[in-house]
Design a protein around this ligand. Structure first.
Ligand code: CO
Length: 134
């Protein structure tokens, strides 16, 4: 059911500092920081041939990545995102299989303007997992 790996998201306290190694020693194409206040994050995109890495920094009150950084002060892997063609079907299959879809279970418009949902990390090998309809 899942298709391409859309992105890997890494939480950090400072996207500018965290992006330096990608732009420098790792030689990747790196975007300028963008603020997405409605999602509580500042993001830098590391653009790769086959996927992208998103460096996320919390902004504003109640950022969804703030609790993660409290538990992981040095930052770390926050979530992975896979593409699906039908997000409602994906949610239904997950629920039927006993996996917990976070929130009210309804897809939301995510940071890229497309419908997304998140699956509880404890149901996916300890990694918060995002599905995005493309
Ligand atoms: Co994401």
């Amino acid at each position: 059911m899942i298709g391409r790996l859309n992105h890997v998201a890494i939480a950090t306290r400072d996207v500018a500092a965290a992006s330096a190694i990608y732009r420098g020693a790792l030689g990747a194409e790196v975007s300028e920081p963008q603020d997405l206040p409605e999602h509580g994050v500042r993001v830098v995109f590391v653009v790769l041939d086959n996927t992208k890495v998103e460096l996320l920094e919390p902004i504003g009150e109640g950022s969804p990545i703030a609790p993660f950084l409290e538990k992981n002060p040095a930052g770390g892997l926050h979530h992975v995102c896979y593409e699906v063609s039908d997000i409602r079907l994906a949610a239904e299959r997950l629920r039927q299989d006993g996996a917990r879809v976070l929130g009210d279970g309804e897809p939301k418009i995510g940071a890229h303007g497309k419908p997304v949902l998140f699956v509880h990390p404890k149901d996916v090998g300890g990694v918060l997992t995002e599905l995005e309809e493309v």
